[in-house]
Design a protein around this ligand. Structure first.
Ligand code: SF4
Length: 246
């Protein structure tokens, strides 16, 4: 029997404007954590575009350009749904790309274990002093394992944190991304946060943010969470309620 489909209209208002109403068809099938990532990626794109338009009206424009991966040496926080989604799509897939990514992750892990930062990253969370940890991470000059020739090799499925990171200042400042000289586009509805809180609510635990560099090891050791499923309609309602709050 075909699953029942519920169609709803999603309207998201932000201080930068209102996203065009989107009609979303939700199949009444059980959904798992990774299923939350793609729809919130779409909302994230819309929210970022609104913020960029507002900046443009104020005479500012993002200075990020293709082939510049300077920001991809930073600590990137991902929610549990994004971690499982990226793990499945990019790291568990067959082929040389996935094998190469896995080698890059293993190499980054070795470096972080050797300099003692891996243990610190294992305890990072929404309430942690992330600025201090981010500074230590930047100092290690570890490239994101998905960065190839200074471009993102998983652009279509990259995390919300990467979508939300846009710089308005001179690109020369990005060699010191944590300095006050770097002016970033202000995003008022963060889908990283919405996804982290959705997962926290479903799993009855505090919101968890995982450093991108730990995706394979974290997902491997929490594999059982990827097998959990919830009622599709309730899952979507919950996700949307957190997206509206950002
Ligand atoms: S996922 Fe892509 S955009 Fe994000 S840090 Fe890695 S290479 Fe950069």
């Amino acid at each position: 029997m075909e699953p029942e489909i519920r169609t709803i209209t999603v309207r998201i208002e932000t201080p930068d404007g209102t996203l065009p109403p989107a009609r979303v068809a939700i199949p009444d099938v059980p959904l798992g954590l990774a299923d939350a990532a793609p729809p919130l990626y779409e909302l994230c794109n819309g929210v970022v575009a609104l913020a960029a338009q507002k900046a443009s009206r104020a005479g500012e424009r993002t200075s990020c350009a293709s082939g510049c991966g300077m920001c991809c040496r930073q600590l990137v926080p991902v929610s549990i749904p994004e971690a499982f989604f990226i793990w499945r799509e990019a790291l568990l897939a067959e082929g040389e790309s996935a094998a190469a990514f896995n080698r890059q992750f293993a190499s980054a892990q070795d470096s972080l274990v050797n300099n003692g930062l891996w243990k610190v990253l294992e305890s990072i969370g929404e309430e942690t002093n992330q600025a201090q940890i981010a500074a230590r991470y930047w100092d290690q000059a570890i490239l994101c394992p998905f960065l190839v020739n200074e471009s993102c090799a998983i652009h279509a499925i990259r995390p919300c944190a990467c979508r939300e990171y846009n710089v308005l200042s001179d690109p020369a400042s990005c060699s010191r991304p944590l300095s006050a000289n770097v002016k970033r586009l202000v995003i008022h509805r963060r889908m990283t946060t919405a996804l982290a809180r959705t997962a926290a609510c479903l799993l009855s635990q505090p919101p968890t943010l995982i450093p991108l560099v730990m995706i394979p090891s974290w997902c491997e050791s929490h594999r059982s969470l990827d097998d959990l499923h919830w009622d599709g309609m309730e899952f979507f309602d919950l996700m949307l309620s957190f997206a509206l709050k950002g």
